[in-house]
Ligand binder design. Structure first.
Ligand SMILES: *Cc1c(COP(=O)(O)O)cnc(C)c1O
Length: 358
């Protein structure tokens, strides 16, 4: 029986996507070959790349002043690639520190350019359970770095302050889940494995005219223009991950695109947070106004009394991936685009049953 998959990442994808991926591994588009054994220069693979790039732009409502890249090295490599490309030798960048990943991004920039990456504000004082607001952003920064969704703590930024600096955002765990003005951002990056595909590809969407200005020596593979000139095939791209990402992009479009992804995300979030707030046994850990529809973190008030019951009932119902990150504890339900409402309903039913037995 298929489980209800609440894993934070790599995560659930749509059943149609798994079927398409499996078929392509057996034989790709009638070629008599598997997708895994053909050259990335084959015109069918080039067509996959081009369609994926076009669909990313279309889905985000962006034009061809942006380049779309599918790179390797994960979102974590972007923490270094960014300052190489965007932080000038005497410039400064501002980072909003909203969690573990944001902290790593900030630290990585300061390794390359000591003292040049500033922490604009931080919510570390309350274990990153909220998004700082009303903080000052100095003018003239090379860029401001945000993390739109904090996967570990279950917080999401609902608004982004636009400044005179470039705007960069790590959208690893909520890309393609909501409608926004994506053209407000100059560079967006996301590891594929949270809402787009399997691990192995990192999506980068970058406005082309901001590049080539940092004045730094940049290792070839860390230079965005290398990959733009090479049409994201300067070296062997992560072909399988790219293809599964394309299947997901097609699936999203067929479902109704971002408006529908957002509607589903809000419906899932309303059901789960509604139960967390109603059920006297549970408490949410994130500030209410900053709650993420993608990752919901919650605790049992009395773990000693109810944890065994909850865990046993969850297991019996086929719910997996609910353990909270070690830095928060408790539970975390990740509800990415492909998670069915019925999975959330199954979780809510388990929470109600724990209450009935208490
Ligand atoms: C998972 C995650 C990362 C790290 O991604 P990798 O691809 O494993 O390097 C970075 N930022 C956020 C917000 C994440 O959720």
């Amino acid at each position: 029986m298929k489980k209800h998959n609440f894993t934070a990442g790599p995560c659930i994808l749509a059943p149609e996507v798994f079927e398409g991926a499996a078929a392509a591994v057996r034989e790709f588009e009638g070629m008599g070959l598997s997708l895994l054994e053909i050259s990335h220069r084959d015109k069918k693979v080039v067509a996959v790349m081009e369609e994926a790039q076009q669909r990313v732009l279309k889905t985000l409502g962006l034009g061809d002043d942006y380049a779309v890249l599918f790179l390797q090295g994960g979102a974590s490599s972007q923490f270094a690639m960014l300052p190489f490309n965007l932080l000038t030798s005497s410039g400064r960048a501002g980072y909003l520190n909203t969690g573990t990943w944001a902290t790593k991004a900030l630290e990585e920039a300061n390794k390359l350019a000591p003292g040049q990456a500033l922490e604009l504000a931080s919510s570390k004082d309350r274990n990153f359970s909220y998004i700082p607001k009303g903080f000052a952003i100095p003018s003239g920064l090379d860029y401001v770095h945000y993390t739109s969704n904090n996967t570990i703590y279950g917080t999401q930024m609902k608004a982004f302050t636009k400044t005179d600096s470039l705007m960069v955002c790590d959208m690893s765990s909520d890309i393609f889940s909501r409608q926004m003005d994506y053209s407000a951002f100059d560079l967006i990056y996301a590891g594929a494995q949270k809402n787009l595909g399997p691990a192995g590809a990192t999506l980068v969407v970058v406005r082309k005219d901001i590049l080539g200005k940092s004045g730094r020596y940049i290792p070839t593979m860390f230079d965005y223009p290398t990959h733009i000139k090479g049409e994201s095939m300067y070296n062997t791209p992560p072909v399988f991950s790219l293809y599964v990402s394309l299947l997901t992009l097609r699936w999203m479009d067929a479902q109704g695109g971002l408006p529908e992804m957002e509607r589903r995300a809000n419906a899932r979030a309303a059901a789960l947070y509604g139960e967390i707030d109603r059920n006297p046994l549970f408490v949410g850990t994130a500030a209410t106004e900053d709650r993420s529809p993608m990752n919901a973190c919650f605790l049992l008030h009395d773990e000693a009394a109810h944890k065994d019951t909850f865990d046993a009932l969850a297991k019996e119902a086929g719910l997996v991936g609910l353990a909270g990150h070690r830095s928060v504890g408790g539970y975390r339900a990740s509800m990415y685009n492909a998670l069915e409402q019925s999975s959330v309903d199954a979780l809510v039913e388990v929470m109600r049953e724990v209450e009935r037995r208490a």
